[in-house]
Design a protein around this ligand. Structure first.
Ligand SMILES: NC(=O)c1ccc[n+]([C@@H]2O[C@H](COP(=O)([O-])OP(=O)(O)OC[C@H]3O[C@@H](n4cnc5c(N)ncnc54)[C@H](OP(=O)(O)O)[C@@H]3O)[C@@H](O)[C@H]2O)c1
Length: 264
């Protein structure tokens, strides 16, 4: 076995939102590190294509169409993952949406609530669904993909910022609740990353999102995080046992120095 493949050898990882962006890059990297990966999102064609890519590269992957806002869909995800691989070691709660963007009095309340359900409640439901299994084994990693938006006042993004702030608090509290076990619950904050979500942000009107020029400029100057770099931070968190309760930002230089040491 190559040193890379040893990093996550015999591990099984569920990654939500694995059809594109950071989730896709994470699935591919985890598979290269030796994990069997379960790809979960709402668009079967995207997760199936990623799974095929991973298998063509010699990895193990299973695509399970999933909507993280739906309890039955999550139950099915956990059941099929356990049936296929017998255990689940890592859950990456990565699935998220960015819209609605706009002032509070202008946005559709149903869409606002749907964002909270996707980005925050979805992570809670997925964690809650896999925790009995992890508690039985006394081991596991739950990585919640959060954002600097958790502590930034981005006008027009009340739903997204609120969802990530809630996710941060959920992460640190759950970490304390499992502190008597070897389960690690942590957050990963990738910074503005070059994914389809950023394209959606750049395509938003300045009226809805006054800060849109900042995001357009970050893209034009090439200073966005790459999905692959964000995936490396997920990998770094997944192989460490000393990050319980930590929200790890990619902007932290000491973290970037650690990532440079990874053999992948
Ligand atoms: N990109 C950035 O600048 C940035 C910055 C900070 C944090 N983040 C965070 O990083 C994570 C990944 O973002 P990204 O930029 O890679 O996003 P992305 O390119 O928009 O991809 C999002 C993924 O989530 C899935 N998804 C959305 N709703 C879902 C649902 N209800 N059930 C299951 N899957 C669902 C999407 O697939 P379907 O639509 O097919 O379901 C897609 O695979 C998110 O948590 C995001 O908040 C991103």
């Amino acid at each position: 076995m190559t040193p890379q493949k040893e990093l996550l050898a015999n591990k099984v990882a569920i990654i939500t939102g694995a059809g594109r962006g950071i989730g896709k890059a994470t699935a591919k990297l985890f598979a290269r590190a030796g994990a069997a990966v379960v790809l979960a999102s709402r668009t079967p064609a995207e997760i199936t294509a990623v799974a095929e890519e991973i298998k063509a590269d010699g990895g193990q992957a299973l695509a399970i169409p999933t909507d993280v806002t739906n309890q039955n869909s999550i139950d099915q995800l956990m059941m099929l993952s356990l049936r296929a691989f017998r255990h689940v070691d890592i859950l990456v709660n990565n699935a998220a949406i960015i819209h609605p963007v706009g002032r509070v009095w202008e946005v559709d309340p149903v869409a606002w609530e749907h964002l909270i359900r996707t980005n925050f409640i979805g992570a809670f439901l997925c964690a809650r669904a896999i925790l009995p299994h992890m508690l039985d084994r006394g081991d596991g990693h739950i990585i919640n993909v959060t954002s600097g938006a958790a502590y930034s006042d981005i006008v027009g993004m009340s739903a997204y910022c609120a969802s990530k702030a809630a996710l941060d608090r959920f992460t640190t509290i759950l970490a304390q609740e499992v502190a008597h076990t070897n389960i690690v619950v942590c957050g990963m904050s990738p910074g503005a990353t070059d994914t389809p979500m950023q394209t959606e942000i750049r395509n938003t009107s300045k009226n809805a999102l006054p800060l849109v020029d900042y995001f357009r400029q970050r893209f034009e100057e090439g200073s966005l995080t790459s999905p692959e770099e964000a995936a490396r931070l997920n990998l770094w968190l997944a192989i460490r046992n000393d990050q319980n309760g930590v929200i790890a930002p990619i902007s932290d230089k000491s973290i970037r120095d650690e990532l440079a040491k990874l053999p992948l």
